[in-house]
Ligand binder design. Structure first.
Ligand code: FAD
Ligand code: UDP
Length: 389
């Protein structure tokens, strides 16, 4: 008899399983229908000995000290600040848009924040409400930069015009007047030193966690018993698509090893207006690996395939709400993660959400810890120098 069946060994499932086992002595059956842990953050060495991210580039960044400290129990880190260039009009320019983006694309020599702000202000279109992903960009930098960098990339990535997508999609990318060319400005910007998979293995290395890989929870026989479920797969699938399918956007990843030291100057180059793929990622920039070859991945957006992104539109939000209400009424099943709560979450947000779910479950009146780990329960942390092994 297990206390919890946890469905999905990505961040949401691994964090909940780890906390419940290590802090509260719960017995966990953790299953994933894939044959590996880590969910979409899974990485591995390819046949050429290069560390690659099977499901596209995963860069860890967070402002949350709690999330950073929590994960630091399971991995050492490598400092890494992510930089992205976009190929526009035959030139490579920084993304997010900054002073150099403007100067390069328009052959200008703007020197101060004020000059760049004035450049944007002259072109920005005022929009009474900033509701869509088009509004976000056009209201800040105007139509031309929007067209050069955002319109076609977004259409390609989502199969929708930015005017159909909620503001949150393009609002992920700031606009800058200075020369800062980092993709993120978070306080913690790091990569797990030995990769994500090793970090997950350290998290799940506990006698109370039984791991079933290559196992869909729906195929578990009647002889497997558990008290509660933590579900991190697609929420519509859990309810057999009762209200219809929730759209998830997929990607086709094409991995290649090249017989050269490096291909591109930064980890990611975006192609907003050319090619069927959106971006090329070169992993050695992320991992710091030394190798005489290099490995890259091309991302081709697709409507069919594994679900990678919830698609944030008003209609999909309304449909998700129906599933979320059903989820609330479903006793002894708890939903967490990007697919189960239909949120365009980064890894750190999923970790925070999972830690919060554990706190909520533990606070419920009928929760009885099998093992009291008082100090850990308070802080959410149990120091585990597992990565040192
Ligand atoms: P997942 O990782 O999707 O895990 C869910 C797991 O559940 C899957 O492994 C699935 O196989 C399993 N599952 C589903 N149904 C069943 C079932 N019936 N039975 C058994 N198992 C099941 N975030 C960042 O912070 N930085 C980035 O740079 C970044 N880049 C990204 C790039 C791409 C291309 C993508 C797609 C995402 C990126 N993310 C990034 C987001 C990040 O991947 C997610 O936030 C995080 O991995 C979500 O974790 P999760 O546990 O919610 O879901
Ligand atoms: N985006 C764009 N052009 C770019 C970079 C991003 O149009 O050069 C838009 C696009 O809609 C994308 C969204 O901003 O889906 C969020 O970008 P991010 O890099 O955060 O996407 P992710 O890494 O989650 O795929």
């Amino acid at each position: 008899m297990f206390d919890y069946l946890v469905v999905g060994a990505g961040f949401a499932g691994a964090v909940t399983a780890e906390r419940m086992a290590r802090c509260y002595g719960k017995k966990i059956l953790l299953v994933d229908r894939r044959n590996h842990v880590g969910g979409n953050a899974y990485d591995h060495y390819n046949d050429d000995g290069l560390l690659i991210h099977r499901y596209g580039p995963h860069i860890f960044h967070t402002n949350s000290e709690q999330v950073f400290q929590y994960l630091s129990q399971f991995t050492a880190w490598r400092s890494y600040e992510h930089r992205v260039l976009a190929c526009v009009d035959g030139k490579l320019v920084p993304v997010p848009i900054n002073r150099d983006t403007v100067n390069t694309l328009y052959n200008l020599n703007l020197r101060t924040d004020e000059e760049v702000a004035a450049f944007f202000a002259e072109r920005a279109q005022s929009r009474p409400t900033v509701r869509t992903s088009e509004d976000v960009v056009v209201s800040k930098v105007g139509w031309d930069l929007y067209q050069k960098l955002f319109r076609n990339y977004t259409r390609k990535q989502w199969g929708k015009d930015p005017s159909e997508l909620d503001a949150q999609v393009t609002a992920r990318i700031p606009v800058r007047t200075n020369r800062d060319d980092r993709y993120f400005t978070d306080r913690f910007q790091v990569m797990p030193k030995h990769g994500y998979t090793r970090m997950f293995e350290n998290m799940l290395d506990h006698p109370n966690i039984k791991l079933g890989l290559g196992c869909d929870y729906r195929d578990l026989g009647e002889n497997v018993h558990y008290r509660e479920v933590i579900y991190t797969g697609p929420i519509d699938e859990f309810f057999n698509f009762r209200f219809g399918e929730l759209p998830y956007r997929s990607l086709r990843f094409v991995h290649e090893t090249l017989a050269q030291e490096l291909l591109q100057p930064v980890a990611v180059v975006n192609y907003p207006n050319d090619h069927a793929y959106t971006r090329i990622t070169e992993f050695k920039h992320l991992t710091g690996q030394s190798h005489h070859q290099t490995s890259v991945v091309y991302e081709y957006p697709a409507s069919e395939g594994d679900p990678y992104y919830p698609v944030p539109t008003p209609e999909n939000g309304a449909l998700y709400k129906k599933y979320a209400e059903l989820a609330l009424q479903t006793k002894r099943v708890h939903f967490a993660g990007r697919l189960a709560t239909y949120r365009y979450y980064n890894m750190d947000q999923v970790v925070a959400q999972a830690l919060t779910l554990v706190k909520q479950l533990v606070a419920s009146p009928d929760f009885v810890p099998t093992k009291a780990v008082a100090a850990a329960a308070g802080s959410g942390l149990v120091p585990q120098p597992a990565f040192a092994r």
